[in-house]
Structures are given as C-alpha cells and as structure tokens.
Design a protein around this ligand. Structure first.
Ligand SMILES: [Zn+2]
Length: 222
C-alpha cells in the first residue's frame, strides 16, 4: 500500500501539479483557504475529493464522528487560526452515512478513549431517541436521525464557543453550515443552510441578544 501511495504522488506531480504549476506556486507562497472543514476521520469522506476541490481550498479538522468539543485545545487552536488569522468566513460541519462513530453512539461502546470521546454526543443520542420514540424505525432510519442530530449538536457547540459567539454577536460571520455526505451515492445533503445567514435571516446566536438586554434592563431597574 505504501508503494501505491508514493506511486500515486508521482502521478499527482506529473498529472496535476506540473500542469497547474502557477496555482501550486501561488499557494506554496501563502495559503488562503476559504472554508474550515470539520469532518469525520472516516477514510471514505475525503473533503477535497468529494467536493472536487484543489489543495489550498479548505483548512481541515477531522475526528471520530465530526465532533466539536468544548475542552479540546486541538480544535480550539484550529478554529482560532482559521477565523482570526486566515479570516475564514464559512465553517462546514460534515457528517456522513454509515459512520462507525454514530453506530457506536447508538449502540454504546466500552473502549475507554472512544467511549469518552463519543460522550460529547450524548445530547444527539437523546434527541434522536425522542424523535424515534414510538415510530418503529429501522436501524438505518434511526442512525440517519442520529447522524443529523449529531451535526446539529456540533453546530450548537460551535456557536457556543466564545470565539464564535462573540463574532456572531456583531454579525453573521463565520457562516456555519451543516452537511451530510452519503457514502452510498457520493452526494452531499444540506442539513443546516448557513447561506441563510447571508440572506439576512438571524443566526441562532443573535437570538440570545434580546435576553441579555432584558437582563441588563432588569438589573438597572432594581
Ligand atoms: Zn464517521
């Protein structure tokens, strides 16, 4: 396998890099990706390949089940670099079908580190259980609900991180998108359309502002 990868690189150099040398020279000088991709580590969900993007398009963080953890210095530093330094305006959280992490959340898992990690998605499991209650769903249908709920939960986490929340209080950037990649047919489905923020619809974080104002007013009147 290792030789195949190195042979593949040789083909990349002759078939892609050299014919597009000006582009690759420009990104060698400075990367300016437009998107932060938060996806699953799954080998089938290669963000560049499934979106037909060239290297240099996306800044990337991948982990098991595309989780946005509050206490993870890894994702926090990636977010800070992406938003503050690269000035990325769009963040995509992408889940996918047939996700081993999602199946493990559904079934429960006992391996120490994996179980601890997936604990962060407990809220998604609870939401999916509520939606599925009394509906006699197949396993695949239940997993589909859990996959979507997990993407929504991770977006909620993302919006609650101070770095993002503070920016959303002053505008709509970075826009946050929730996607689902179907490994069976290669298609991406939009679960949460972050483009709506650009069309003038309020982002979720903004809804907390009036409540904060009310609190301040109540404090004043005391
Ligand atoms: Zn996965």
């Amino acid at each position: 396998m290792i030789n195949e990868l190195l042979d593949g690189n040789a083909r990349f150099v002759t078939g892609e890099f050299r014919p597009n040398e000006a582009y690759y020279r420009s990104i060698a000088a400075r990367q300016s990706p437009k998107v932060l991709w938060i996806g699953c580590s799954d080998s089938r969900v290669s963000e560049d390949v499934i979106t037909a993007s060239k290297p240099g398009t996306m800044f990337v963080h991948r982990n098991i089940a595309n989780i946005v953890a509050f206490n993870d210095v890894n994702i926090a530093s990636i977010l800070e670099y992406a938003v503050v330094h690269l000035k990325i305006e769009d963040i995509i959280v992408c889940g996918h079908t047939r996700c081993g992490g999602i199946a493990a959340i559904e079934d429960g898992v006992h391996e120490n580190y994996i179980a601890d990690w997936l604990c962060i998605s407990t809220g998604a499991k609870e939401a999916a259980d509520r939606i599925a209650a009394g509906r006699n769903l197949t396993r695949d249908e239940k997993l589909a609900i859990l996959t979507a709920e997990n993407v929504k939960l991770q977006i909620k986490h993302l919006r609650n991180l101070a770095l993002i929340r503070n920016r959303h209080e002053h505008g709509t950037l970075p826009r946050i998108h929730g996607w689902l990649y179907r490994v069976e047919n290669g298609q991406i489905e939009v679960l949460v359309d972050g483009r709506e923020a650009a069309r003038g619809r309020p982002v979720a974080a903004k809804a907390t502002k009036p409540a904060a104002k009310r609190k301040a007013a109540a404090k004043k009147s005391r």
